[in-house]
Ligand binder design. Structure first.
Ligand SMILES: [Zn+2]
Length: 188
């Protein structure tokens, strides 16, 4: 599939998922750029209640390991620029939870290291409420008109500070969205 947005962005696959939960809050854990280091990801998953875990790539096969460790948990992932040969995962995930559309991608295809303009444009086009991206290893939570843009940073190799970071999204039953950035304080 080819997406056209001022420039041509090649994208091999888009996967869409739909969930409806009959509970007050649906909680989504957002992690990225684990690069084969899943120790922190395991701790974060164990320390909270999550309905879904999204891994934004690099290295997306870490999802395979997390699925083995947490077979009961719903864990999905997208391919990053380091996952070129991994054909088990899509490039873009569009997850709809209780009517709220979430765009998840690694972000290299939208050149996020130079800004979130292309990502924002695509999120608007598909009417996503929130766009999740990684790649830079720098956590960031920003807002563009109606769209929330969340980079959870890296769960293993942070560049925006000393501690690994992750994101949490909460979706209320009526579709109200809350998002936050969290950090893992390392013991000295
Ligand atoms: Zn990357």
């Amino acid at each position: 599939m080819v997406l056209t947005m001022g420039m041509r962005i090649m994208s091999k696959s888009i996967k869409e998922l739909h969930y409806t939960y009959d509970q007050k809050f649906t909680r989504v854990l957002v992690i990225s750029d684990s690069h084969n280091h899943i120790t922190h990801a395991i701790k974060v998953i164990q320390s909270g209640r999550y309905d879904l875990v999204l891994h934004l790539g690099d290295i997306v096969s870490d999802v395979d390991d997390l699925r083995c460790i947490f077979p009961e948990l719903n864990i999905e992932g997208v391919r990053g620029n380091c996952d070129f040969y991994d054909t088990n995962y899509p490039d873009i995930l569009i997850v709809t939870i209780n009517g709220v559309k979430i765009l998840a991608c690694h972000g290299h295809q939208f050149r996020v290291k130079s800004g979130t303009m292309l990502l924002d444009e695509y999120a608007k086009k598909i009417t996503a409420k929130i766009a999740l991206y990684g790649h830079s290893h720098q956590h960031k939570l920003s807002y563009e008109e109606d769209i929330t843009l969340l980079n959870p940073g890296s769960i293993a190799l942070p560049r925006g500070g000393p501690n690994p970071t992750y994101g949490v999204i909460e979706i209320e039953k009526n579709g109200v969205l809350h998002s936050s950035l969290q950090e893992i304080k390392k013991k000295k």
